[in-house]
Structure formats: C-alpha cells, structure tokens
Design a protein. Sequence first.
Length: 101
Amino acid sequence: MTCDLSHVNSLLKIGRGYDADMRLTAEFTSEPFEGEGAVPSHAERAVEVLRARGLDHDFGPLGTSVEGEAGAVLDALREALAGAFAGGATRITVQIDRADG
C-alpha cells in the first residue's frame, strides 16, 4: 500500500518571515491501538525517525512528543508521519505548540 503524503508536506512547511529561533513541541498519536504488549510497527517506525535525527523526544504508550527548533521538528514530523503510514497507521493525530512563547 502506498500513501500520497503531498498534503502533509504542504501542511508542515513554514513560510518566509517566521522566527528562525522559534521552538516547537509536537505531540502525535498513531492508530490503530493494539493494546498492551509489543509496540505497533507504525509507532516504532515513526519514533525511529526522531531517534535517527537526534531530537529530544518522549515515546510513551499514548503517543510521542518531540521538541526542538521549528525547522528540525517539522522536517522530522514529515518523515515520521510517512514512516507511520508506511508501517500500517490508519490515523495520526498531531498537535503542535510553540514551546518558547
């Protein structure tokens, strides 16, 4: 199964004129939930991206949070969401907040 994630790419871009020093906190949850036991493939694939990029993150049973410079967080989210969908996610809920404001 392939996913066209072009809409995700356009949603997670920051336009010109933004504060380059802005920090963001993003939280995301991928579904389906599979109960207790092994971590679902879609969740593991998403968090692997954050680990590989060296971003400060918290991987928990109800979701994952990541904090960092805006560009780094949004770039990682694009790749993490793509990985989660490729790993079988059917829904991903994302919340992004400004961490420094």
